[in-house]
Structures are given as C-alpha cells and as structure tokens.
Design a protein around this ligand. Structure first.
Ligand SMILES: [Zn+2]
Ligand SMILES: [Zn+2]
Length: 67
C-alpha cells in the first residue's frame, strides 16, 4: 500500500463530487496535507481503528458491509 495519496484539488473548490474520483476528497481540516498529498494512517488501514482523535493522518474510508 502506498503511504501517501493525492488530494483532489477540485473537491476543496467545490467542483468535484464524483464517487469514482481516484483522489482523496478531504473534508477533515485537521488532516495534514503536504505537497498536495495526505499520509495514510497505518493504524486505521491495518486495524480499521485509530486511537488518535483528530488524527493528522488520512483514514481511508472503509465500505460498510450491507446491513
Ligand atoms: Zn475529486
Ligand atoms: Zn489515524
């Protein structure tokens, strides 16, 4: 898995709402962005849980199983 993901610049400008967009739609303002990319949270990626509140790393959304 890659450590960083590109942030969608169109999303923050309100120009992209596509669920098929391959870039990160970042709505959490506490996630750290550097050079247009976010760093993937290892804890969340491997365990689907993260002890940090307002984690500065990006949590990849997990698809919820159909209920
Ligand atoms: Zn986008
Ligand atoms: Zn985290």
């Amino acid at each position: 898995m890659r450590d960083t993901l590109l942030v969608c610049p169109d999303f923050s400008a309100g120009l992209c709402a596509s669920p098929y967009c391959k870039k990160v739609h970042l709505s959490e303002d506490y996630v750290e962005v550097s050079n247009g990319s976010v760093t993937v949270c290892r804890d969340f990626a491997t365990r689907q849980t993260c002890k940090r509140s307002r984690c500065k790393f990006y949590h990849i959304p997990v698809d919820l199983p159909p209920s």
